[in-house]
Design a protein around this ligand. Sequence first.
Ligand code: ATP
Ligand code: MG
Length: 230
Amino acid sequence: DLLFTEGRVDFQNVCFSYTAGKEILSEVSFTVMPGQTVALVGPSGSGKSTIIRLLFRFYDVQGGCILIDGQDIYKVKQNSLRSYIGVVPQDTVLFNDNIRENIRYGRISASDQEVEEAAVAADIHHKILSFPDGYDTEVGERGLKLSGGEKQRVAIARTILKSPRIILLDEATSALDSQTECNIQASLAKVCANHTTLVVAHRLSTIIKADQILVLHDGRIAEQGRSCST
Ligand code: ATP
Ligand code: MG
């Protein structure tokens, strides 16, 4: 099992390709200190989402290693690794169940009230109430009509409920109106406080709030620094 202590994340010379011969990440090294928020930016296709997927162990690295609190994530049980990590993917896929269970999946012991509080925090509660069956609405082929951004807010509600020690957020590229963006960021700031957070940032407001910014270019860290707003 992974022995979680403080939530430090280290990438050390990580190399990765999906298919032989086409390297996607080349010698990527960086550290996220415990409790820090790091924003990952870079052009489309530069490998940002790949970094998130590797940390959640969707794929194996081909060179270098990824450490959490000094432990190689490929040497611990996948379940124990994933119990400490919450992921909000770029394109959220919901389960074939009702919307309440889709949020509760973050913490199956949560009460209905806690589920709704998480939905309020993720600014998706009102949308859910607009469906005739509310939280009992089934998500399925004929079910919910949610936009990509709305689905992602369901995933954010799930993550708020789970309150994991490490949060991986792959921001949707879809634009949000500024009020929604502001509400979600306030909620996320609450969950992300004291949690180690790696966020693929498409929004300037996210980047400004980060403790550290990593710029990825063609699978390499091209620049690394702090936002100058603080
Ligand atoms: P965006 O900002 O558009 O989300 P990104 O930086 O997140 O881009 P990645 O999704 O990490 O980019 O993809 C990096 C590269 O890997 C791209 O060239 C992409 O085509 C390739 N790639 C991504 N997923 C796969 C896959 N499952 N199989 C093969 N190649 C892939
Ligand atoms: Mg991406």
